[in-house]
Design a protein around this ligand. Structure first.
Ligand SMILES: NC(=O)c1ccc[n+]([C@@H]2O[C@H](COP(=O)([O-])OP(=O)(O)OC[C@H]3O[C@@H](n4cnc5c(N)ncnc54)[C@H](OP(=O)(O)O)[C@@H]3O)[C@@H](O)[C@H]2O)c1
Length: 232
């Protein structure tokens, strides 16, 4: 039987590459993004794979849209929920520049949505024999690694989602559902920019390898794309 992966933020970058690689590997991909018609790469992928790539519109800032999508997909098992959608926020996020409204926007996408997705799709994950909630975080969310300061909005949103994922690991242990956070590295995408050292294919294949090898023992962990454990 085919494995099923549900991914947020598939229009481009890391999310699109996750969708591509899982589809190539023979998985059934539930690919979501804000404006499916705006991503020709995702529409091409769907055309190539037919029913194995289902595309759904989803703006993860909307709690109502998340619940509606969960309702429409209630018959689908989900083996891996990939909380990938993310925003960096305003260019200038140094001391003295923080604006509450911009911060709230970043938190909605990076921190709140992953928990809303996990809550809404819990019944789908329970239908899997090895359900995984994988949240794409960043090393910039590591408190232990923060030696350079700044980037208040993005850093705090990722540190907070790390805690969300850790609580999910504790709360879902009894249901045998794994929750981890993944650092993709610094990746050449619209967010990472052209100078990033890691290509999207390498980052995503590394993260898929990490996910393939997970057992309950690793639940609650923070992993680099190469499998190394990262400090909180
Ligand atoms: N690239 C890096 O170096 C790097 C490093 C560490 C962590 N990350 C994390 O990796 C993840 C993917 O980043 P990326 O590099 O692929 O960034 P990207 O190229 O900027 O892509 C971001 C994706 O998130 C989607 N998104 C943003 N807001 C959304 C919303 N409200 N609802 C649904 N989708 C939304 C975007 O959709 P639209 O096309 O509709 O905007 C896009 O598909 C993020 O969580 C990011 O924080 C990236």
């Amino acid at each position: 039987m085919k494995q099923n992966v549900l991914i947020t933020g598939c229009s481009r970058g890391i999310g699109l590459e996750f969708a591509r690689q899982y589809a190539e590997a023979g998985w059934r991909v539930l690919a979501t993004c804000r404006r499916p018609q705006g991503s020709s790469a995702l529409m091409d992928l769907q055309e190539r794979h037919g029913a194995d790539v289902e595309v759904h519109g989803l703006d993860v800032r909307s709690a109502e849209d998340i619940l509606n999508l969960a309702r429409s997909l209630r018959e689908h098992p989900v083996d891996v929920l990939l909380n990938n959608a993310g925003v960096y926020g305003p260019e200038d996020q140094g001391l003295g520049s923080a604006e509450p409204e911009a911060w709230i926007e970043v938190l909605k996408v990076n921190t709140i949505a992953p928990l809303l997705m996990a809550q809404a799709f819990l019944p789908n994950l329970e239908r899997s024999s090895r359900g995984i909630i994988a949240t794409v975080t960043s090393l910039m969310g590591s408190i232990a690694d923060n030696g350079s300061g700044g980037y208040y909005l993005y850093r705090s949103s990722k540190a907070a989602v790390n805690m969300v994922a850790r609580s999910l690991a504790v709360d879902l242990k009894g249901k045998k559902i794994i929750s981890v956070v993944l650092n993709p590295g610094w990746v050449r995408t619209d967010m990472g920019g052209p100078k990033a050292p890691t290509g999207v294919e390498e980052s995503v294949s590394g993260m898929r390898r990490v996910l393939d090898g997970l057992t309950m023992r690793e639940s609650g962990g923070f992993f680099h794309f190469d499998g190394e454990r990262l400090p909180w």
